[in-house]
Design a protein around this ligand. Sequence first.
Ligand code: UD1
Length: 421
Amino acid sequence: MKKIVINGGKRISGTIPISGAKNSVVALIPATILANDIVTLEGVPDISDVASLVEIMEIMGAKIERNFEEGRLVIDTRSVVSRPLPYGKINSLRASYYFNGALLGRFGQATVGLPGGCDLGPRPTDLHDKAFKALGARKIQEEEAEHLEVVGDSLIGTTIYMDVVSVGATINTMLAASRAKGVTIIENAAREPEIIDVATLLNNMGAQVRGAGTDIIRITGTEEMHGARHTVIPDRIEAGTYLALAAAIGDGVVIENVIYEHLESFIAKLEEMGVRLTIRQDSIEVHKSENLKAVNITSVPYPGFATDLQQPITPLLLQTKGRGWIVDTIYEKRVNHVPELARMGADISVLDDRILYEAPNELTGACVKATDLRAGAALVTAGAIAKGTTQISNIEFILRGYDHIIEKLTAVGVDIQLIEA
Ligand code: UD1
């Protein structure tokens, strides 16, 4: 079993480079199936979710050259066949549901095990089902998988209203609709930067996706798609995680390879707290920040404050002065980091789906458990802030989404190690 051990309480300085976005790349890899050709992805993060997707793609027959040092994947999907994808690997990540849209689009059928991912409370897929059905596919629920097949000759474009703003359902619909006959309109679409990134790749592969980044996306289906080269956008969640860490214990930390516009709501919160920042074209410098004040956070769909960043910012909130709360309107049960932070001495609790805290808190090292990806990131930050030694178990969650986290944090002066326990 692997653990992360941190001897915290030290100030950090230097540069942290940001890798390609996890939530983009996990959709871009399945999307390459639609090309039936060779697609080169650059800026691919070295994270275990990518390794899992590569393994699944190879099971389907894709030929993949990977060069993680250079962040490149060359994916040849010409020999991919739509064979049933069993539970096992598929269940290791949430984004495996993108195989449904991609396989349905290219082959008119897909049998994919049920998706896994972090436990954030209920994570239904009814909107994905609704979209596939509207496009003309039938779903047969099997014990541990779902089988989708086109009822007529092909998927047919239509208008689909998303009852809830959903990143996954928006992307899955774009994937399937790219190869449908006619025009598909997604209303109340999610607007996350990762959706624009997927649309960019689809367009470079010959699709016609218009309006990505707004709440109405129009996709004109095409019979043929082709190879392309694409660079993954920087990971705004990784950037936000390290910005929060730098605000807590930094003394001149530069977060490099960021798109500021993707982080506007997060940065607005940092500024409200009193964090001193210098924003440059593709980097953000965090200056030594003191006398921070407590703020309240409500996570909402993009461009609002991201649910994926409410856990990583929590340890920083504990370093401010005053009382505050966090409400996660996307996943109200996304509170698993709270008891672990309390074990480290934080004055934090959950009341009626609201996280309440009182700061400042003197965090002390403890043995804690990463219960999900972003809770794990919160514990790494808390461990770096805390006095003494913090041991984090269940770190597989963290390695799913943070590329070279040990090396990146060591380089700025965090005393952090990965050990085999
Ligand atoms: C994606 C991200 C995840 C992020 C989340 C919200 C990936 C791989 N994961 O997850 O990191 O936290 O967006 O920004 O990109 N919903 C339904 N029915 C559905 C689908 C979703 O009711 O069919 C609800 C969900 O329960 C949730 C909300 O819609 O309350 C948003 O979920 P969604 O955007 O779909 O999340 P994911 O795509 O799974």
